[in-house]
Write a new protein. Structure first.
Length: 234
């Protein structure tokens, strides 16, 4: 995740309380006095554009600087504030608890009027011209790159390949585990159930077939058992 502030609001939230309050007051005054300006973060500065770069606000460790692209306005007000640098066209505020916002607002409004005149004349300075006037080196002024978290998820175009690779990786441990398992022999028959006495049941042997016994004829058998009856006399 990129930790470099990309908006002025995020930039202000990262500042200490005293610097945050001072910066917020000047930013609010610029948005109110220069209607139509566009606010953005560039080179670690709060940029304000109106048909080109017009203001830039920087927060130092113990000061705050307001850069003005309309240099003639700064020259005109050079005696109004002690922290004005007419050569580099910026105002340095050393005491953040006592900001001369009434004078700064006058400079902001005069800068807006001067910029409209430049738009009519077609002599609006470019961003390179403003940075050169303010003696700001683009490479040195650029904020350091923020920290980034490398995502392990595949990009959208290779999502199918990533899923296939993930499935293959999941299947690899299973294959290794399968090769480590011992080879089992044929399943053994379950042991015979024990008898009620607690002794092991002995499997019964099949009885040998006996020779068939010849049965006597029923007539003869009956003759032997029943005695013969005497004949009746006539």
């Amino acid at each position: 995740m990129d930790m470099t502030p990309t908006t002025v609001g995020a930039y202000l939230r990262d500042l200490p309380p005293d610097r945050r309050v001072a910066m917020a007051r000047v930013c609010s005054m610029i948005r109110r006095s220069a209607r139509g300006v566009r606010e953005s973060m560039r080179y670690g500065l709060a940029f304000y554009e109106l048909d080109g770069p017009l203001f830039a606000l920087e927060s130092g460790r113990r000061h705050m600087s307001l850069y003005v692209a309309e240099q003639e306005v700064i020259v005109r007000h050079k005696d109004a504030l002690p922290g004005i640098n007419a050569q580099r066209s910026f105002i340095k505020f050393s005491d953040l608890t006592r900001l001369p916002l009434d004078v700064v607002e006058k400079i902001v409004r005069d800068s807006v009027a001067a910029r409209r005149s430049r738009v009519t004349a077609g002599t609006v300075p470019t961003q390179a011209d403003a940075l050169k006037l303010w003696a700001i080196n683009e490479e040195k002024a650029a904020p350091p790159p923020g920290y980034q978290v490398i995502s392990t998820k595949p990009p959208p175009e290779t999502e199918g390949e990533g899923e296939a690779a993930g499935k293959a990786a999941d299947a690899a441990p299973a294959k290794k585990a399968a090769t480590k398992l011992p080879v089992k022999g044929p399943a053994k028959a379950p042991p015979a159930k024990k008898a009620a006495t607690g002794k092991k049941a002995v499997p019964s042997k099949k009885p040998k077939p006996r020779a068939p016994v010849k049965k006597a004829a029923p007539a003869r058998k009956a003759a032997k058992k029943a005695p013969a009856k005497p004949a009746r006399k006539r």
